[in-house]
Every structure is written in structure tokens, then in C-alpha cells.
Ligand binder design. Structure first.
Ligand SMILES: Cc1ncc(COP(=O)(O)O)c(C=O)c1O
Length: 451
């Protein structure tokens, strides 16, 4: 808003004070280089045309928008002690063995014998090997792993690779990055304000009626299908049978699935695969993005990876991995060597045990949140294979409920994840235990009257 009024002022001034002209740029001899002088007030702006695709985006990116509303509320109510169950940011410290890996990465830089500068853009060989072996049990090979600074960044780079002529499909609701990057790339039309959907994106409704799994036989074909399981925000995790259907469907129609497995370690159910590559046929139709952000509290440390099997090809027969490699070598310069040392430690037996303990802690929070909402009489989804609890508000507006609760607890309105999220509230289990318990108390008091 402040930015808009800042921009609007010069525009108004230009219209009313057209007399204030100054000469255009000159060369060394003082000769005018441009045929047109520009009004003084216009000199506050460049002459560069704004990217029309970015202009199509509605509002800000969801999570900064939540932060903005929280700050605005705190400015008016400085004494409020708000608890955050909002953005899915980790709160527990990085465990000791993993921390020692990061420390080793730092120490290596201080020694002539172990110092390293730029590394391979695809990641260090031993880390690629260890990811392939430890997390994929040999289903994929080391050179099919691209190590990066995080899965959000990789989704952006995958979009750069796909370009603006593909049709993308998303679960509705879904993590906003898939839609927003499709819009930024120019794959979509404008937003239909009534439907709250962009033209030229396939929205796949995922709701309690269909078990949060899209009705594939009714879904139009798309080139790229973004699929997140366990899901942010619904907390739903697709079963082996459902993922088998998804892979068969994608192979049949020649689509590429971008499978977001950022919450894989939270899976507790036996029949829920942790990777799309556990499904037969996935090597010819799927890419997987993943990250240590939620595994090991690396949200600020930054380390992710993307798996692209060699069998995955574009329509002209060329390997998808070759194009992604071209993007990584051009627009990325390799993940931090300190952080890659930390990632190696994550995958040691001690690191994996620490990850399990950390995830158990957050899952206990999820179960506390679930119980509190169920006790209040709400229908609740997620929170058993995912750190998100998705509360059915039974027809109430999610932004209104978010605003009502804001003075006590920050939540995330389901509508922020797409029109299919309207009527739901997402609670994140990433808070410290005591905050989680206190938040439940506050939610009990605030929500009891509306039930
Ligand atoms: C579904 C999903 N994918 C990816 C990410 C981003 O992860 P990273 O920190 O690796 O960029 C998030 C972060 O919240 C997420 O919810």
C-alpha cells in the first residue's frame, strides 16, 4: 500500500505539473542523446516496462502478507503476546551431530589443505551419492540428484526450464509457489476475480469429499502436474494406490509430475510412500523436489535437492535432466560448501536418528493441536502424516477467522492456498511445545463461542 501511494504521487504530479521539463540525457559533449526531454517527476521512474506477468499476481506472496498483517496488528496493539502457528518455519535448534557437520564445513574453509571455493553446480559427488543411497535406497543414481539451496528455489528453476508454453496443473488448495511461478513465467492468463483462479491453469480440487485426492478421470490434461504429498496445507498424504493411479495417468497422457516431497519424513502410515520413485513407472514421468528444511531445521541454512531420472524425456526425445543441468549451470552456482557438509552429517546414522527425534517432537505438537480442535467439535484433517492440521470452519470465511484469532494466535487462512482452501484454517505444528499448548488454550477460549 505504502509502495502504491509512493508510485501514485509522481504520476499525479506529472499530470498537473507538466511544465517542469528538464533536458534528456547528454553525451560527453553535452549533445542531447534522446529526442525527448522527460518531465522532472518522471525522472523518478525508469522507462522500463513492468513485466506484465508479475502485474497479474494478486496481492503479495502469502506468507509475507500474513507477516504484514501481524506487524500491522502489533503496531496497534503493542502489548499483545501473539503465538504463531502460522508460516511453517521450524523453531527447534539444529541437533548436535548435524551441527558438528556444519562446523566441520566452516573449519574446512579456514585450512589451506581443506579450503574449497566454487563447487560443482549439481552438488558435491559424495553428497549426491549419499542422498541416492540413503534416501532412495538405490532407486535412483547419484548423477540424477541435483543439490541446491532449497526446493522453493528449485521449483522456480524448474519453471524457468519448462518455459511459458506449458500448461500446469495444481492441487487446489496448494503451496502457492506452483501457481505464482506459473503466473510469473507467463503460462497463465489473468485471474478471474470471481472464481479466484488464473486462466490457463488446471486446478485439481482436493477436499474432504474426494479424500484430498484429485478425480483424475475428470481432470483435463496438463503438461506439468505439481503434486505435494504429504500436502501443504491440507496435511493429506497420498497412499501407494493413489500415487500409482497418478503415475499411470501421467504416463498415459505424457505429463510430467513435479512431486514435492518436502514433508516426507513426517509420514507415519505404512501405505504412504515417501518418494514418488517408490511407484513403478515414475522414472518416465516424474521429477521429485525435496529439502532438509523441515527434516533438520535447515529453513535458514538452505539445502534442497531435485531428482530427475535419466528416463524422463521431453516430446523431442531429449533428456529433461540435460536441460535442468543447463539451468543449474547457468543460473545457480552450487550450494554452500558449509551447508553440504551439514547435509552429509544429516545422512549419517546419528544424523538420521536426530532427524527422527526432531520430527517426533513436531508430530507430538500436531497431535496436541488435532486433539484440541477435535475436542472443540471441529472436523480436522492432516496432522498424522504431516505437520499441518487443516481445520474445517464449516462454511465460515478463512480470512475472517484468521483476523478474529490474530490477537491471540497466528494461523493461516486456507483461502491463501487457492479457492479450494476457503472455509479452512491451517495450523502449523512447528511451534515450541509450550507455545503449542498455550495456543490450544487460547483457541479453546476464542473458538468455543463460535461452535
Ligand atoms: C510444500 C513445500 N515445498 C517446498 C517448500 C520450501 O522448502 P525450502 O525451504 O527447501 O525452499 C515448502 C516450505 O514451506 C513447502 O511447504
Amino acid at each position: 500500500m505504502a509502495l502504491l501511494s509512493h508510485l501514485a504521487t509522481p504520476l499525479l504530479l506529472c499530470a498537473s505539473a507538466a511544465a517542469a521539463f528538464v533536458p534528456g540525457p547528454t553525451d560527453a559533449k553535452g549533445t542531447a542523446r534522446s529526442a525527448h526531454a522527460r518531465p522532472l517527476d518522471q525522472l523518478r521512474m525508469s522507462t522500463v516496462k513492468r513485466n506484465a506477468n508479475i502485474a497479474k499476481l494478486q496481492a503479495g506472496y502469502l506468507f509475507p502478507e500474513i507477516g504484514r498483517r501481524r506487524v500491522a496488528f502489533l503496531e496497534k496493539n503493542p502489548d499483545a503476546k501473539i503465538i504463531s502457528l502460522g508460516i511453517g518455519d521450524t523453531t527447534q535448534p539444529v541437533p548436535t551431530h548435524i551441527l558438528s557437520g556444519l562446523a566441520k564445513g566452516v573449519a574446512n574453509l579456514g585450512d589451506k589443505k581443506t579450503y574449497s571455493g566454487y563447487g560443482a553446480e549439481q552438488g558435491q559427488g559424495p553428497l549426491r551419492e549419499k542422498i541416492a543411497k540413503t534416501l532412495y535406497e538405490g532407486r535412483i543414481q547419484a548423477d540424477e540428484v541435483f543439490v541446491s539451496d532449497g526446493s522453493k528455489c528449485d521449483i522456480g528453476r524448474l519453471q524457468m526450464m519448462f518455459g511459458n508454453e506449458v500448461l500446469s496443473a495444481v492441487q487446489d488448495p496448494s503451496y502457492p509457489v506452483y501457481v505464482d511461478t506459473s503466473v510469473i513465467m507467463g503460462q497463465t492468463g489473468a485471474m478471474n476475480l470471481e472464481m479466484k483462479q488464473y486462466a490457463n491453469i488446471v486446478y485439481m480440487p482436493c477436499n474432504p469429499e474426494n479424500g484430498f485426492f484429485p478425480e483424475l478421470d475428470k481432470t483435463p490434461r496438463a503438461d506439468v502436474v505439481y503434486f505435494c504429498s504429504p500436502n501443504n496445507p491440507t496435511g493429506a498424504a497420498a497412499t501407494r494406490e493413489q500415487l500409482t493411479q497418478l503415475v499411470e495417468w501421467a504416463n498415459k497422457q505424457g505429463s510430467i509430475i513435479v512431486f514435492d516431497a518436502a514433508y516426507a519424513p513426517f509420514i507415519r502410515s505404512d501405505d504412504v510412500p515417501k518418494s514418488i520413485f517408490e511407484i513403478e513407472g515414475a522414472r518416465t514421468c516424474a521429477i521429485e523436489v525435496n529439502s532438509f528444511s523441515k527434516y533438520a531445521g535447515f529453513t535458514g541454512v538452505r539445502l534442497g535437492w531435485t531428482v530427475i531420472p535419466k528416463d524422463l524425456k521431453f516430446a523431442d526425445g531429449s533428456p529433461v535432466a540435460a536441460d535442468f543441468n543447463r539451468i543449474m549451470t547457468t543460473a545457480f552456482n552450487g550450494a554452500s560448501n558449509i551447508v553440504q557438509a551439514g547435509a552429509m552429517a544429516c545422512l549419517d546414522p546419528e544424523g538420521l536418528a536426530e532427524i527422527d527425534t526432531l520430527i517426533d517432537y513436531y508430530m507430538e505438537n500436531a497431535s496436541i493441536l488435532r486433539k484440541a480442535m477435535l475436542d472443540l467439535g471441529f472436523k480436522v484433517h492432516g496432522g498424522t502424516d504431516a505437520p499441518y492440521v487443516f481445520v474445517d470452519l464449516e462454511g465460515r470465511s478463512s480470512w475472517e477467522m484468521f483476523s478474529k484469532l490474530l490477537e491471540e494466535v497466528v494461523t493461516i487462512p486456507g483461502a491463501g492456498f487457492g479457492p479450494g482452501g476457503e472455509g479452512f484454517l491451517r495450523l502449523s505444528a512447528f511451534a515450541p511445545r509450550e507455545s503449542c499448548i498455550e495456543a490450544c488454550e487460547r483457541l479453546r477460549t476464542a473458538l468455543a463461542p463460535v461452535k
